[in-house]
Design a protein around this ligand. Structure first.
Ligand code: TMO
Length: 315
């Protein structure tokens, strides 16, 4: 009897989906980048779309590849566009109508040079960048020729340009995988060796370690466009990254025109600093898989995410 009912339901569902196939697309392609919270939020978003009846495809991709993918409709969704690393291409291409913003999360973000607190004893004056500049030799590593080493992530930032503009005696060491940053951090903490590295907030690191961002000259758009602006009159990038930066969602034009329910739901999806930091800690501290972290979050926050799903939906 049970099987019979299931069969009927399946037939009805199938008929229903064929009847709307012409107007509504049933497949959503989600870009998966390479830092923890983005991966978990992608899976959470994907599971919400699946609940709505969409078929979801995950597409692992570097930040630099995602813009073209969104513009050509190869991909539909990127759930974490960070102002500090991505504002320039994002703003330009949204302005050109190549893809769209699907709104902002509540979370406020910052991405910049960061150090663990114990270094303040060795380098008085931190977090001011001038103190860091004076302490450069403290951050030297084997083979760096007495220059300080800054550990950068695999996400393009104009760090070399900033070092040059602020005349800092530093070199950039770019790690291959984002997670290698935490390997370097742990190594330095164990050896009580000074380290300055790329970090961001919200992230799991703040739930585990005391530390601070270096305070470079405050960000201003002109810092990236007018060399005469700021500390150095000849060079660009003589400033830090934005504080209190935005965190946005990107969507392809096709998502809006062909999968309206998914687009409208994406607009409602909204994470806070605390939530993003907590989901990344599930993976990086508690060692859950990305999917396990997403499932845990969905189980514990049903009431919230169900309000994100648009109700006037014919899928
Ligand atoms: C884009 N990221 C959060 C890694 O800086």
């Amino acid at each position: 009897m049970k099987t019979f009912y299931l069969l009927i339901i399946t037939i009805i569902l199938n008929l229903h989906s064929t009847s709307i196939q012409a107007t509504e697309r049933h497949r959503v392609k989600i870009i998966v980048n390479n830092w923890t919270s983005q991966v978990v939020l992608s899976y959470i978003t994907g599971d919400i779309f699946k609940q709505m009846g969409y078929q979801v495809i995950y597409q692992p991709m570097a930040i630099s590849e995602q813009w073209g993918a969104l513009a050509y409709g190869v991909s539909d969704v990127q759930v974490e566009v960070w102002e500090g690393t991505m504002a320039e291409p994002f703003n330009r291409m949204v302005e050109d109508g190549l893809f769209m913003s699907a709104g902002e999360h509540s979370a406020k973000t910052r991405e910049d040079w960061w150090y663990p607190d114990y270094i303040e004893k060795l380098c008085p004056g931190l977090p001011d960048w001038k103190a860091l500049k004076a302490c450069a030799p403290l951050f030297a590593r084997e083979g760096s020729n007495q220059k300080g080493v800054y550990f950068a992530g695999p996400w393009e930032k104009p760090d070399e340009a900033r070092i040059r503009a602020l005349e800092m005696d530093f070199v950039v060491h770019t790690v291959e995988n984002g997670d290698d940053l935490w390997v370097e951090l742990e190594k330095s903490l164990t050896a009580l060796q000074p380290i300055v590295l790329f970090n961001w907030t919200p992230n799991w690191v703040e739930s585990r370690y005391q530390g601070k961002f270096v305070e470079f000259p405050a960000y201003d758009r002109k810092c990236e466009t007018e060399s005469s602006w700021g500390e150095n009159k000849e060079f660009l990038y003589d400033c830090g990254n934005p504080k209190g930066g935005w965190l946005k969602k990107a969507a392809s034009i096709q998502l809006k025109t062909e999968a309206k329910c998914a687009f409208n739901t994406l607009q409602n999806i909204n994470f806070t600093n605390q939530q993003i930091s907590a989901v990344s800690a599930l993976v990086d501290v508690e060692k859950l898989s990305y999917q396990q972290a997403a499932t845990r979050w969905l189980t514990e926050n049903k009431r919230l995410w169900k309000t994100w799903i648009v109700t006037d939906c014919k899928l």
